[in-house]
Design a protein around this ligand. Structure first.
Ligand code: 2U9
Length: 343
């Protein structure tokens, strides 16, 4: 028995000296001393070899030994946990960090920012204005007097009547305010939300987003308009894109034209998206009507200008094949997540 007691003392010293900085080392301690084939069990097996009169005393030694091993194990476990928490353990700091979800910009903002950045490079400033407008800035100044039939297509929501305050139907009202406060040369784009009294469907909504542009100076021509918009389209959709202008009518521009681009889905061959024409409409444009210039005290014999307007939803639809306008405002993350990584 003397020999075993000495052996136990030696084991205790070993346990005392055992250092465990990581959970793996703590587990190694447990297996070595407290496991089913561990030293505590092995030493307990010696009970059968101890003479009967010494069994009681040896039992006490064994119990103390077991308790010692258990206490030491508990201490090592606690200590290793602390070290892991404070980052002083053998944690591999070169491992990649935990991923956490990153949001994404809304597709309409992505496209709006792209449009702005293209026109900025051509020297256009950005202007913003109120969404609640008076009748003059939204309609009157834009050559849309009361009872003008074109007002029908731009029916909106009225906040107040007499005086009329309404939700703007286009961002032309912002250009109007720029013209009120600034003399030519004026080169500005106006992004923003606009409203129309429409039944909501895949193709129409009661609000959408526009970017309108205005360039007024001496000698601004229709050729400037065409080249500016051609540059925009090439930057937005690629150098290969073809454009065509079709005559149109807007009360605030004369002459007016709508611009089509070659269909990006079929490359101009003809498909469902372009209704088998090979072309899709992208924006409206024209030379600013002399009456609109005069409304702001700008001499129309000296200055000319061009203007254009586009729907951001329309450009986004063509760029990313989004075929239902309602998706933009439903906040469905399955839709929004698809734009992760688009800058
Ligand atoms: C001023 C003078 C003229 C802005 C213009 C368009 C043509 C046009 C539509 C495109 C799709 C609206 O979003 S849409 O439905 N816009 O076709 N807008 S010219 O003309 C102006 C603006 C301001 C002072």
């Amino acid at each position: 028995m003397e020999q075993i007691v000495q052996q136990i003392e030696q084991y205790k010293q070993e346990m005392q000296a055992f250092e465990a900085h990581t959970p793996d080392l703590v587990e190694a301690f447990r297996i070595k001393y407290l496991g089913t084939k561990g030293l505590v069990k092995t030493v307990m097996g010696e009970m059968k070899n101890v003479p009967v009169e010494q069994k009681k005393a040896f039992g006490q030694v064994l119990n103390e030994f077991k308790e010692f091993a258990e206490q030491r194990y508990a201490l090592l476990k606690e200590h290793a946990g602390e070290q892991t928490d404070t980052g002083t353990s053998a944690k591999d700091i070169t491992l990649p960090g935990d991923l956490f979800p990153v949001g994404t910009r809304h597709p309409l903002n992505l496209v709006k920012n792209q449009i702005i950045s293209i026109f900025r490079r051509l020297g256009f400033a950005v202007a913003e204005g109120p969404e609640i407008e008076d009748d003059w800035h939204n309609f009157g100044a834009m050559n849309l007097p009361e009872d003008h039939p074109a007002r029908d297509m731009q029916d909106t929501f009225y906040i107040n009547q007499n005086p009329d305050w309404l939700l703007r139907t286009h961002t032309s009202s912002v250009q109007a305010r720029v013209m009120e406060n600034q003399k030519p040369p004026i080169r500005v784009i106006c992004p923003g939300r606009v409203y129309r009294n429409e039944t909501i469907s895949a193709r129409a909504h009661c609000f959408f987003h526009q970017v309108e542009g205005l360039y007024i100076d001496e000698n601004v021509s229709f050729a400037d308009l065409k080249q500016t918009l051609y540059f925009f389209v090439q930057e937005m959709f690629g150098q290969h894109v073809k454009v065509r202008f079709r005559p149109s009518y807007f009360p605030f521009t004369e002459p007016s034209a709508e611009m089509d681009i070659s269909c990006q889905i079929c490359g101009g061959e003809g498909c469902n998206i372009c209704k088998h024409t090979g072309w899709v409409e992208i924006l409206g444009s024209g030379m600013v009507h002399p009456k609109v210039l005069e409304n702001f005290g700008i001499d129309s014999t000296k200055y000319t200008g061009f203007a254009f307007g586009m729907g951001v939803e329309r450009i986004t639809q063509l760029k990313y094949q989004v075929n239902d306008l309602r998706l933009y405002s439903q906040n469905d993350v399955r839709f929004l997540k698809q734009f992760t990584g688009v800058i």
